[in-house]
Ligand binder design. Structure first.
Ligand code: CA
Length: 224
């Protein structure tokens, strides 16, 4: 899962990036509204965190442009304390949720998890596929109740597939959603990660759909 943070307070932006990365997300940061708008318009994010008070282009205009250009990713708006009118304008402009500054990082993480999960059509923080289960709160995967040790990269890939269970996900889509912008993306590393995940999860969970990509499914549902 990949997240865009648009925040002009550089310390806060850095803290958000670090916390989100520790929680297993790939994160891109923009420090003004113009750059933020550009990234959100050209890169596929699973969610965006958008400050409203931004230089060059304010947050509400960024959001308004994204929505009128058909960008539908969930957006969590950051508002200054006591600015109730900001919350109303933010929601009217297409925000999915808001957090008031100052905030606790745990609250941001919980709201981002909920937004991503709802956007993918899941009500629960735990996603299941046969005996495989991931808990998006702890970032852990279990198989038949036993913890499966995954690297951050492996978890990110598995989490993306689990959020899009039953659908075919292309290699390009995976690359776009598990790496941040500056990462040196080599498309064959996806195959390496899928290979490692298969070794850890056992055969049958991650099916290769020839020429199209991968699909996660309970073992035994393998027929096309
Ligand atoms: Ca600001």
């Amino acid at each position: 899962m990949r997240i865009l943070v648009v925040e002009d307070d550089k310390d806060l932006a850095k803290q958000l990036k670090r916390a989100l990365e520790e929680a297993g997300y790939a994160v891109d940061v923009a420090h003004d509204g113009e750059e933020g708008h550009f990234l959100g318009d050209t890169e596929p994010y699973d969610a965006a965190i958008l400050d409203l008070g931004l230089p060059v282009l304010d947050g509400l205009s960024v959001l308004d442009r994204w929505r009128s250009q058909g960008r539908a990713m969930p957006v969590l708006v950051l508002t200054a304390r006591d600015r109730w009118s900001d919350k109303v304008s933010g929601i009217d402009a297409g925000a999915d949720d808001y957090v008031t500054k100052p905030f606790r990082m745990e609250e941001i993480l919980a709201r981002v998890r909920a937004l991503i999960r709802r956007a993918a059509g899941h009500a629960s923080a735990e996603l299941e596929c046969g005996a495989l289960r991931i808990d998006t709160r702890s970032g852990r995967a279990t198989l038949d109740g036993t913890l499966v040790k995954l690297t951050a990269q492996e978890y990110r890939l598995l989490s993306y597939l689990m959020h899009h269970q039953g659908k075919v996900v292309s290699r390009t889509e995976l690359i776009e959603h598990i790496y941040h912008q500056d990462f040196d993306r080599e498309s064959n590393t996806i195959e390496v990660f899928v290979g490692r995940l298969r070794k850890k999860l056992g055969e049958g969970y991650i099916a290769t759909v020839r020429g199209l990509g991968y699909r996660i499914q309970p073992p035994g549902d393998a027929e096309d």
